[in-house]
Design a protein. Structure first.
Length: 344
């Protein structure tokens, strides 16, 4: 099993200085690089300090100057916000600058907050169709002289400029949840990213079943599948309890952004009150402890062994959590030093 890091600059208070957040992201990426992780992933979001990432290619190029070996992936590009020619060219340019280290994760997006600002009137189904049309064009644009007349995009013969360093372009990963998304990815030779959020082992198993079913129905090569999961490696049982409370607060904020019903000012959402968070049983600390990959090093090893046995090729340590940087850093250090060696 390969391991990777999934991270953003994240900000929930105006007291957090953004230049400091950038330096912290760089330090985490350096830890992943020096610790032997395969990749660092960062996503795309707009107008949200919760995840500061308006252009992941810019973030990844920045990280490339501070790392040596680690692959650099978009986790994920929101494809409907990009014209496919622009996306192909930006990905190729980033691949050129990083000397062939780019991997391209693509999704339809998740936040209606972003849809209504960048693509008013677009819904999740429409976004998914745009993503599928665009994703199929990328390799053709990298190969060059691609003309297209589709439902969303029409353009005469075009070539990506520049061309990517990697033969056939950066590996493409599709964020998948339902069976049709898995089938789309597998049929087109794309790798698969899955994010089970807070629903625990049942969803982790269900997502793998959908992937296996898609592979069984397709005669071509089996692509890779990556599991992205919130992770915390604790120093002891008490530290685990603290992390469960912190992740409970994170998911309450995540839910507030997703529901898009609360006022937002200066990129910061009006967060739920302590009473509201206490009443949210779905995202309680007990459920976070049960359903996320958190615990002591041995407990985390045992959980990831179960994922490995199911057939996941890569496990991505999702470090966004609203925690203080020192806690993130120490957890990642324990993961690299105490968890990863059990899988070598």
């Amino acid at each position: 099993m390969d391991f990777s890091l999934f991270a953003h600059m994240e900000r929930i208070s105006q007291d957090q200085e953004q230049r400091v957040l950038r330096r912290e992201l760089i330090e985490l990426a350096q830890m992943a690089d020096e610790g032997g992780m395969r990749a660092v992933w960062t996503g795309e979001h707009h107008g949200m300090d919760f995840t500061i990432a308006p252009n992941p290619f810019l973030s990844l190029v920045d990280l490339s100057y501070h790392t040596t070996n680690v692959r650099l992936g978009t986790g994920t590009i929101i494809a409907p916000f990009w014209h496919p020619i622009a996306l192909a060219g930006e990905a190729a340019a980033a691949d050129l600058i990083t000397d062939g280290r780019i991997e391209l994760g693509i999704a339809r997006g998740a936040y209606s907050y972003e849809y209504e600002r960048l693509m008013p009137g677009m819904d999740a189904w429409d976004a998914g169709q745009r993503m599928r049309e665009s994703a199929r064009l990328l390799r053709k644009l990298w190969a060059g002289d691609c003309a297209h007349d589709g439902a969303y995009y029409k353009f005469p013969k075009t070539t990506s400029a520049p061309k990517p360093v990697q033969k056939d372009g950066p590996p493409i990963w599709i964020a998948a949840r339902d069976a049709s998304s898995h089938a789309f990815g597998v049929e087109n030779g794309f790798n698969i990213q899955v994010t089970p959020l807070w629903q625990g082992m049942a969803e982790i198993e269900s997502l793998m079943t959908k992937f296996n079913d898609a592979c069984a129905a397709h005669a071509g090569p089996r692509p890779k599948i990556m599991l992205l999961h919130h992770t915390y490696v604790a120093s002891d049982a008490n530290d685990t309890s603290v992390a469960a409370k912190e992740l409970s607060q994170f998911y309450n904020y995540f839910g507030a952004w997703f529901q898009n019903k609360r006022p937002v000012s200066q990129g910061l959402i009006e967060g739920p009150s302590e009473a509201e968070m206490a009443a949210n049983e779905l995202m309680s600390p007990a459920n976070m402890h049960r359903d996320l990959t958190i615990g002591t090093a041995q407990e985390v090893i045992d959980q990831i062994k179960r994922y490995e046995d199911l057939g996941y090729d890569e496990y991505s340590f999702w470090i966004d959590s609203g925690m203080q940087f020192a806690r993130k850093r120490d957890s990642l250090s324990r993961f690299i030093n105490d968890v990863m060696p059990a899988f070598n």
